[in-house]
Ligand binder design. Structure first.
Ligand code: ATP
Ligand SMILES: Cc1cn([C@H]2C[C@H](O)[C@@H](COP(=O)(O)O)O2)c(=O)[nH]c1=O
Length: 203
Protein backbone atom coordinates (compact mmCIF):
# COMPACT_ATOMS: atom_id res chain seq x y z
CA UNK A 1 0.00 0.00 0.00
CA UNK A 2 1.61 3.27 -1.05
CA UNK A 3 -1.10 5.70 0.13
CA UNK A 4 -1.74 7.05 3.62
CA UNK A 5 -4.85 6.70 5.75
CA UNK A 6 -5.98 9.57 8.02
CA UNK A 7 -8.94 9.11 10.39
CA UNK A 8 -10.72 12.03 12.09
CA UNK A 9 -12.59 11.28 15.31
CA UNK A 10 -14.31 13.09 18.16
CA UNK A 11 -17.68 13.65 19.81
CA UNK A 12 -20.86 14.48 17.88
CA UNK A 13 -20.73 18.16 16.93
CA UNK A 14 -17.01 18.73 17.58
CA UNK A 15 -16.42 19.54 13.89
CA UNK A 16 -15.22 16.29 12.24
CA UNK A 17 -17.13 16.71 8.95
CA UNK A 18 -16.21 20.39 8.64
CA UNK A 19 -12.54 19.71 9.32
CA UNK A 20 -12.45 16.72 6.94
CA UNK A 21 -13.61 19.02 4.11
CA UNK A 22 -10.79 21.47 4.92
CA UNK A 23 -8.28 18.60 5.12
CA UNK A 24 -9.28 17.16 1.76
CA UNK A 25 -9.06 20.59 0.11
CA UNK A 26 -5.66 21.34 1.67
CA UNK A 27 -4.22 17.93 0.76
CA UNK A 28 -5.50 18.25 -2.84
CA UNK A 29 -3.50 21.46 -3.27
CA UNK A 30 -0.35 19.27 -3.12
CA UNK A 31 -1.66 16.11 -4.78
CA UNK A 32 -5.07 15.46 -6.38
CA UNK A 33 -4.98 11.84 -5.23
CA UNK A 34 -7.15 12.38 -2.12
CA UNK A 35 -10.18 10.24 -1.33
CA UNK A 36 -12.55 11.69 1.29
CA UNK A 37 -14.91 9.18 2.83
CA UNK A 38 -17.06 8.59 5.90
CA UNK A 39 -18.56 5.88 8.11
CA UNK A 40 -21.21 4.62 7.91
CA UNK A 41 -20.07 4.41 4.28
CA UNK A 42 -21.91 5.54 1.17
CA UNK A 43 -22.56 1.88 0.22
CA UNK A 44 -26.17 0.61 0.22
CA UNK A 45 -25.52 -0.96 3.66
CA UNK A 46 -24.03 2.25 5.05
CA UNK A 47 -26.97 4.32 3.79
CA UNK A 48 -29.39 1.80 5.28
CA UNK A 49 -27.62 2.06 8.65
CA UNK A 50 -27.89 5.85 8.70
CA UNK A 51 -31.62 5.50 8.07
CA UNK A 52 -32.06 2.66 10.59
CA UNK A 53 -30.05 3.94 13.57
CA UNK A 54 -33.22 4.87 15.44
CA UNK A 55 -34.55 1.31 15.40
CA UNK A 56 -31.53 -1.00 14.92
CA UNK A 57 -29.75 -0.89 18.27
CA UNK A 58 -27.14 -2.52 20.52
CA UNK A 59 -25.52 -5.74 19.24
CA UNK A 60 -27.39 -5.70 15.92
CA UNK A 61 -26.18 -2.15 15.18
CA UNK A 62 -22.62 -2.95 16.34
CA UNK A 63 -22.44 -5.98 14.04
CA UNK A 64 -23.98 -4.12 11.11
CA UNK A 65 -21.60 -1.16 11.54
CA UNK A 66 -18.66 -3.60 11.61
CA UNK A 67 -19.96 -5.31 8.46
CA UNK A 68 -20.23 -1.97 6.68
CA UNK A 69 -16.69 -1.15 7.88
CA UNK A 70 -15.29 -4.47 6.57
CA UNK A 71 -16.87 -3.78 3.18
CA UNK A 72 -15.64 -0.16 3.24
CA UNK A 73 -12.07 -1.25 4.03
CA UNK A 74 -11.97 -4.03 1.44
CA UNK A 75 -13.82 -2.34 -1.42
CA UNK A 76 -12.95 1.33 -1.02
CA UNK A 77 -10.15 2.15 1.43
CA UNK A 78 -7.54 -0.49 0.50
CA UNK A 79 -8.00 -0.05 -3.27
CA UNK A 80 -7.47 3.72 -2.92
CA UNK A 81 -4.40 3.20 -0.71
CA UNK A 82 -3.02 0.73 -3.24
CA UNK A 83 -3.52 3.36 -5.96
CA UNK A 84 -1.43 5.86 -3.96
CA UNK A 85 -4.31 8.01 -2.63
CA UNK A 86 -4.44 9.70 0.74
CA UNK A 87 -7.69 8.51 2.32
CA UNK A 88 -9.37 10.90 4.78
CA UNK A 89 -12.09 9.14 6.78
CA UNK A 90 -14.72 10.84 8.99
CA UNK A 91 -15.21 8.24 11.80
CA UNK A 92 -13.79 4.69 12.00
CA UNK A 93 -13.17 2.06 14.72
CA UNK A 94 -12.91 4.57 17.62
CA UNK A 95 -16.49 5.69 16.88
CA UNK A 96 -17.63 2.13 17.58
CA UNK A 97 -15.59 2.06 20.80
CA UNK A 98 -17.63 5.11 21.89
CA UNK A 99 -21.06 4.88 20.25
CA UNK A 100 -21.56 1.11 20.59
CA UNK A 101 -20.52 1.42 24.25
CA UNK A 102 -23.15 4.10 24.72
CA UNK A 103 -25.52 1.58 23.14
CA UNK A 104 -24.72 -1.07 25.77
CA UNK A 105 -21.83 -3.14 24.33
CA UNK A 106 -18.57 -3.87 26.18
CA UNK A 107 -15.18 -2.93 24.71
CA UNK A 108 -14.14 -6.59 24.22
CA UNK A 109 -17.24 -7.36 22.19
CA UNK A 110 -16.85 -4.23 20.03
CA UNK A 111 -13.18 -5.02 19.43
CA UNK A 112 -14.00 -8.62 18.49
CA UNK A 113 -16.17 -7.25 15.67
CA UNK A 114 -13.45 -4.79 14.56
CA UNK A 115 -10.04 -6.31 15.24
CA UNK A 116 -9.45 -7.35 11.63
CA UNK A 117 -9.71 -3.81 10.29
CA UNK A 118 -6.50 -2.11 9.14
CA UNK A 119 -4.88 0.47 11.46
CA UNK A 120 -4.81 4.00 9.99
CA UNK A 121 -1.52 5.80 9.36
CA UNK A 122 -2.75 8.35 11.93
CA UNK A 123 -5.97 8.80 13.91
CA UNK A 124 -6.68 12.30 15.24
CA UNK A 125 -9.13 13.05 18.03
CA UNK A 126 -10.72 16.49 17.94
CA UNK A 127 -11.39 17.87 21.41
CA UNK A 128 -13.19 21.02 22.53
CA UNK A 129 -14.93 22.12 25.73
CA UNK A 130 -18.03 20.03 26.41
CA UNK A 131 -20.07 23.24 26.84
CA UNK A 132 -19.03 24.54 23.42
CA UNK A 133 -19.97 21.25 21.75
CA UNK A 134 -23.28 21.16 23.65
CA UNK A 135 -24.15 24.65 22.39
CA UNK A 136 -23.56 23.49 18.80
CA UNK A 137 -25.76 20.42 19.31
CA UNK A 138 -28.50 22.65 20.78
CA UNK A 139 -28.60 24.53 17.48
CA UNK A 140 -29.50 21.35 15.57
CA UNK A 141 -33.12 20.89 14.59
CA UNK A 142 -33.13 17.22 15.64
CA UNK A 143 -30.75 14.81 17.32
CA UNK A 144 -30.20 11.20 16.33
CA UNK A 145 -30.89 8.47 18.90
CA UNK A 146 -27.19 8.02 19.75
CA UNK A 147 -26.64 11.79 19.94
CA UNK A 148 -29.35 11.85 22.60
CA UNK A 149 -28.07 8.84 24.61
CA UNK A 150 -24.72 10.34 25.54
CA UNK A 151 -23.56 13.90 25.73
CA UNK A 152 -20.32 15.72 24.90
CA UNK A 153 -18.72 15.17 28.34
CA UNK A 154 -19.45 11.44 28.34
CA UNK A 155 -18.31 11.06 24.72
CA UNK A 156 -15.04 12.91 25.44
CA UNK A 157 -14.40 10.53 28.33
CA UNK A 158 -15.20 7.42 26.25
CA UNK A 159 -12.94 8.71 23.44
CA UNK A 160 -10.07 9.01 25.95
CA UNK A 161 -10.69 5.38 26.94
CA UNK A 162 -10.83 4.31 23.27
CA UNK A 163 -7.52 6.07 22.65
CA UNK A 164 -5.87 4.28 25.57
CA UNK A 165 -7.19 0.95 24.29
CA UNK A 166 -5.96 1.54 20.73
CA UNK A 167 -2.57 2.74 22.04
CA UNK A 168 -2.17 -0.79 23.41
CA UNK A 169 -2.98 -2.11 19.95
CA UNK A 170 -0.13 -0.04 18.51
CA UNK A 171 -2.23 2.61 16.71
CA UNK A 172 -0.56 5.96 15.97
CA UNK A 173 -2.82 8.64 17.45
CA UNK A 174 -2.88 12.35 18.29
CA UNK A 175 -5.21 14.69 20.15
CA UNK A 176 -6.03 18.02 18.48
CA UNK A 177 -7.09 20.84 20.77
CA UNK A 178 -9.80 22.75 18.86
CA UNK A 179 -10.50 25.36 21.54
CA UNK A 180 -10.66 28.85 20.02
CA UNK A 181 -9.51 27.61 16.60
CA UNK A 182 -11.31 28.00 13.29
CA UNK A 183 -11.89 24.83 11.21
CA UNK A 184 -9.02 25.89 8.91
CA UNK A 185 -6.71 26.24 11.92
CA UNK A 186 -7.79 22.84 13.22
CA UNK A 187 -7.10 21.29 9.80
CA UNK A 188 -3.68 22.91 9.77
CA UNK A 189 -2.90 21.42 13.21
CA UNK A 190 -4.01 17.99 11.96
CA UNK A 191 -1.77 18.28 8.90
CA UNK A 192 1.21 19.22 11.08
CA UNK A 193 0.77 15.89 12.87
CA UNK A 194 0.10 13.97 9.64
CA UNK A 195 3.15 15.42 7.92
CA UNK A 196 5.48 14.97 10.90
CA UNK A 197 8.47 12.92 9.69
CA UNK A 198 7.69 9.84 11.80
CA UNK A 199 4.12 9.69 10.38
CA UNK A 200 4.92 10.83 6.82
CA UNK A 201 7.57 8.09 6.47
CA UNK A 202 5.68 5.26 8.16
CA UNK A 203 4.59 2.34 5.95
N1 ATP B 1 -13.58 24.95 14.83
C1 ATP B 1 -14.87 25.31 14.78
N2 ATP B 1 -15.25 26.48 15.31
C2 ATP B 1 -16.55 26.87 15.28
N3 ATP B 1 -17.56 26.13 14.75
C3 ATP B 1 -17.23 24.97 14.21
C4 ATP B 1 -15.88 24.48 14.19
N4 ATP B 1 -15.87 23.27 13.61
C5 ATP B 1 -17.15 23.01 13.26
N5 ATP B 1 -17.96 24.01 13.62
C6 ATP B 1 -19.43 24.07 13.45
O1 ATP B 1 -19.97 23.11 14.36
C7 ATP B 1 -21.09 22.44 13.80
C8 ATP B 1 -20.85 20.93 13.85
O2 ATP B 1 -19.81 20.62 12.94
P1 ATP B 1 -19.74 19.23 12.19
O3 ATP B 1 -21.06 18.85 11.61
O4 ATP B 1 -18.57 19.31 11.30
O5 ATP B 1 -19.44 18.25 13.44
P2 ATP B 1 -19.32 16.67 13.47
O6 ATP B 1 -18.30 16.37 14.52
O7 ATP B 1 -19.08 16.13 12.11
O8 ATP B 1 -20.77 16.26 13.97
P3 ATP B 1 -21.52 14.83 13.84
O9 ATP B 1 -20.58 13.80 14.34
O10 ATP B 1 -22.70 14.96 14.74
O11 ATP B 1 -21.87 14.65 12.39
C9 ATP B 1 -21.26 23.01 12.39
O12 ATP B 1 -22.25 24.01 12.44
C10 ATP B 1 -19.91 23.61 12.07
O13 ATP B 1 -20.00 24.71 11.18
C1 LIG C 1 -18.99 5.08 12.43
C2 LIG C 1 -20.13 4.75 13.34
C3 LIG C 1 -21.35 5.37 13.20
N1 LIG C 1 -22.40 5.07 14.01
C4 LIG C 1 -23.69 5.76 13.81
C5 LIG C 1 -23.99 6.91 14.73
C6 LIG C 1 -24.78 7.89 13.87
O1 LIG C 1 -26.10 7.50 13.80
C7 LIG C 1 -24.16 7.72 12.52
C8 LIG C 1 -23.03 8.67 12.29
O2 LIG C 1 -23.55 9.90 11.89
P1 LIG C 1 -22.70 11.26 11.94
O3 LIG C 1 -23.44 12.14 11.00
O4 LIG C 1 -21.31 10.95 11.51
O5 LIG C 1 -22.74 11.74 13.35
O6 LIG C 1 -23.69 6.34 12.53
C9 LIG C 1 -22.22 4.14 15.02
O7 LIG C 1 -23.15 3.83 15.76
N2 LIG C 1 -21.01 3.54 15.17
C10 LIG C 1 -19.95 3.81 14.38
O8 LIG C 1 -18.84 3.22 14.55
Amino acid sequence: MSGRFLVVEGPNGVGKTTVCAHLAAALRRNDPRVHATTEPSQSPLGRLLRAAEATVTGRALGLAIAADRAHHVEEEIIPHLNAGFTVVCDRYVPSSLVLQRLDGLAVDEIWAYNEYTIPPTLTVYLEDDAEVIAERLDQRRARSRLESVGGPAEELDLYRQAREFLDQEGWRQAVIDCRGRTPAEVASAVLSEFNAPEVACSP
